[in-house]
Design a protein. Structure first.
Length: 263
């Protein structure tokens, strides 16, 4: 299988190294990743400055590697549309392994998820993978990399529904301490929205995001609850954001009295 790997922690991050080293003995792996950390970049793209791409020496067992000055979304988009040759087109896009969780509504800010979303938008099955821990040494990612390799083998020829991403969060535990896998829905929020007001040495006011973990009980079927219970969370998500269930109701409310034909 041909696999394109990217991330938002940068090409030298331990997560991308561990993932590539786990997959490259079994698959044809290509890396296109940012030249530096681009965490919380969301699904932004580079439009008003040149997007520079440099092929670098192949790393971690990958067949070819490139680094870019762009965002995580840029990496996958330009990889599929401009960098990779036709015979190098991926069968699977994997983003990660991210340093830290991507759970609940916080995935909207995630560069890791945006990488995978860009792959899905191009019609390629895609995974967003995260280590749900703030530890970031190389050895901390080994279990997660082994999980992803085994998951690919287990899924086999199964075809994900079009426009679908698997958002995978793996607890930062030893393998024997992980309780299993849960297929989950997105939870609400991981952190509160709080900012700490501070004053710098020159007397200027600035703010530091200082949200705290939300301690309220989550539904048993959410990704947040799964990870808190030492389970690997796999959530199928999509970039299709239309709320189709209220379209008819909205039509009735907005278009009454022929309002929708006002022009």
């Amino acid at each position: 299988m041909k696999i394109l790997i990217s991330n938002d922690d940068g090409i030298l991050a331990n997560g991308i190294r561990a993932l590539t080293e786990a997959l490259s003995p079994h698959h044809e792996v290509y890396i296109i990743a940012p030249d530096r950390e681009r965490s919380a970049a969301g699904h932004s793209l580079t439009l008003h400055t040149p997007l520079r791409v440099e092929e670098v020496d192949a790393k971690y067992g990958a067949k070819r590697c490139w680094m870019t000055t762009g965002t995580p979304g840029d990496c996958v988009k330009i990889g599929i549309n401009a960098i990779l040759a036709p015979e190098e087109m991926p069968d699977l896009v994997i983003s990660g392994i991210n340093h830290g969780p991507n759970l609940g509504a916080d995935i909207l800010y995630s560069g890791t998820v945006s990488c995978a979303m860009e792959g899905a938008m191009s019609g390629i099955p895609s995974f967003a993978t995260s280590l749900a821990s703030m530890h970031c040494e190389y050895d901390d990612f080994k279990v997660s990399a082994e999980v992803i390799r085994a998951l690919i083998d287990n899924i086999g020829d199964y075809k994900l529904a079009p426009k679908t991403i698997l958002n995978i969060n793996i607890p930062g535990l030893e393998k024997d301490d992980i309780g299993g896998i849960a297929i989950t829905e997105l939870g609400r929020r991981m952190f509160t929205d709080e900012y700490e007001k501070r004053v710098d040495p020159r007397g200027k006011v600035y703010y530091w995001m200082a949200g705290e973990l939300i301690k309220e009980t989550e539904n048993d079927n959410t990704d947040i609850a799964a990870v808190r219970n030492n389970l690997i969370s796999i959530t199928p998500i999509t970039f299709e954001m239309t709320r189709t269930s209220i379209m008819n109701e909205l039509q009735g409310v907005i278009c009454k009295k022929d309002f929708c034909n006002w022009f």
